[in-house]
Design a protein around this ligand. Sequence first.
Ligand code: HEC
Ligand code: HEC
Length: 437
Amino acid sequence: MLCASLMAACACNPSTPESGAEAKADHIQWSPDERALIDSLSPLPPLPPSPTNRFADNEQARDLGHKLFFDTRLSANGRVSCSTCHVPEMYFTDGLSVGKGIGLTRRHTPTLMGPQWAPFLLWDGRADSVWSQAVGPLENPDEHGLTRVGLAKAVFDHHRKDYEAVFGPMPPLDDTERFIPTARPVPSRKSHPQNMSWGLMLEDDRKAVNTVVANVGKALEAYQRVLVPGPAPFDRYVEALGKGDPSGGGHLSKAAQRGLRAFVGKGQCINCHNTPLMTDMGFHNLGLTPTGVVAELDLGRSRGAADVLSAEFNCQGAFSDTKECQELRFLNPVFEDFLGAFKTPTLRNVAKTAPYMHTGQFKSLAEVVTFYRTLPGKAVIGHRELVLSLLDRSIETGDLVAFLETLTGDLPDKRWLAPPPEAGARLKPKGDAAGQP
Ligand code: HEC
Ligand code: HEC
């Protein structure tokens, strides 16, 4: 709804050319319509509740999640942790075009400072909560590469005390006849040996393992809830404008102000990059040419929407702490525009998270703007979003980039950027994540 009203405001308010007097001043004077759009982008809102996770704001769960996030023992080769790809100092990204754990992933590693607000996570939205998302990389053979039972067992071996203090007794995971270490559900390949082992286990034991795994995700979410974006120069600028200072406290250069004018006006960026998180949380097909490891055509949101509806750890599933699942109830996976569409990423801290797009195809913000300016090629699947039009020629690339650079805030408090001192997690193994010395 917000999106629609913003679009209407943009459409009827093309930005006005600078008047002679204004061009001389070191600040732009905003029209009331422009101001309304600018105000819709700041300040950052408080953290939303996470109804599917009743441990989301539990401090003990957060501290356990903090340890798990950095623990390389939660991987098949003992070298991969969440922080291998989500490097704290890099705003929880990795600087690579596609993520690299035990193997290469198909897509680019996004920042973890922002998805706390998103109804759907991942580039294709195949998870509907931060906690359910976490199970994916832990079991993905190219990321942490654990089996489901192996994951529960690693937590049993290394974090049992902390786990039980929050979630209660663990099942006897050291009974490896009942809890087969190689067992994992592989719904897409019934005859997969790991899936066969999973099928051999008692239903109650499978449920007990799933409960542990869901709780691991819930602890990891509690930790990730402290990783929110911090206020940036742009927020200080808007705050100063709000206090009646037309110079916005000098927090934006003239170029950045021109970029902001383009962003909310002629450039139409705000049609999709809106709200203070600078995303509509929606999915769009920009008609990008994918790069990296793309073995098959990436259906994007079409596939992601179908996947989240059938995911065992979704909002409607047995491990969710609510049954109020509006987002899933109204999700139609056969919506035509979902084909080849990917999630609009947050632009908070975007200057710190190169490369860009779902396969990391652009090295710099200037390359991204050049893409919007020229819209080269055509969609490899589905069709390019119809609202996208070539960037107005009066808009300077440098201005838009200067504005995007004002969205960088501080990293979270430094105690969250490394494992807790007492955790003893093996943070820096010798050699790289894939095991090459
Ligand atoms: C091998 C590198 C790698 C590892 C290890 C890894 N991730 Fe990721 N992460 C990625 C990639 C790549 C994506 C995007 C995947 C996609 O959309 O298909 C992603 C996406 C995410 C997202 C979604 C963000 C958004 O904006 O939608 C979250 C949350 C996340 N990871 C958390 C974690 C946690 C927690 C762990 C540890 C349990 C972890 N990741 C381990 C590479 C990794
Ligand atoms: C139709 C909706 C839409 C419009 C309009 C739009 N974007 Fe985007 N933007 C997206 C989507 C979707 C992606 C991710 C696409 C992908 O990876 O497939 C994206 C990606 C980006 C990225 C890369 C972020 C990252 O972390 O990878 C930047 C920067 C960006 N857009 C800036 C802009 C600017 C500046 C404008 C205006 C000139 C703009 N966008 C207009 C939807 C839009």
